[in-house]
Design a protein around this ligand. Structure first.
Ligand SMILES: O=c1ccn([C@H]2C[C@H](O)[C@@H](COP(=O)(O)OP(=O)(O)OP(=O)(O)O)O2)c(=O)[nH]1
Ligand SMILES: [Mg+2]
Length: 152
């Protein structure tokens, strides 16, 4: 278990917690109530600031239940929290629903923060890269699926 220092910029909110003990993400609370019209995005405060240890980063992920039920997600998913960042963690919410507004109340758990170790790499420039089975293949190179879209 890694200790991460946190300050509450909004003492009226509970600290983020893992909803279940082996969950990957700490649920982040909204520090303000907001209403998002269809397609609207809004930067929402969480009332906390943290000091991640060097060699780590935090990633702000959407919550699947809110995405499924309301189309509520994170624009820049996952948002990146740098180890050196001491400002307030904010969540860039977006309402993907085409019809309905989404209302978020202060205190709602709007997103989840996953803390992970991250490597720094030293880039070594070469004339040619080593071969691999995949090579430059991508974008469905391993086969097609039965997924379709409606033709105009
Ligand atoms: O969802 C997010 C994403 C970022 N941040 C904060 C923490 C992060 O360390 C800082 C910068 O984020 P990022 O590097 O993604 O933004 P940028 O556009 O590259 O800005 P900068 O030039 O400040 O790095 O903003 C958040 O609070 N929430
Ligand atoms: Mg940046």
């Amino acid at each position: 278990m890694l200790d991460v220092e946190i300050t509450r910029l909004d003492p009226g909110l509970p600290l983020p917690t893992y909803a279940r003990h082996d969950d990957a993400g700490l649920d982040l609370h909204a520090a303000e109530g907001v209403e998002l019209a269809p397609g609207e995005r809004r930067l929402v405060a969480t009332g906390i600031a943290i000091a991640l240890p060097p060699g780590h980063a935090g990633f702000v992920h959407p919550r699947s239940g809110l995405a499924l039920r309301h189309g509520l997600s994170v624009v820049n998913t996952p948002g990146t929290i740098d180890a050196g960042y001491r400002g307030e963690i904010k969540v860039l919410l977006i309402n993907h629903d085409l019809e309905y507004s989404v209302r978020v109340a202060r205190g709602d758990r709007i997103a989840q923060l996953v803390v992970q170790p991250v490597d720094h790499v030293r880039l070594v420039e070469v004339d040619a890269l080593p071969g691999s089975a995949r090579g430059a293949g991508g974008y469905g190179s391993t086969g097609v699926t039965s997924v379709t879209h409606e033709e105009e």
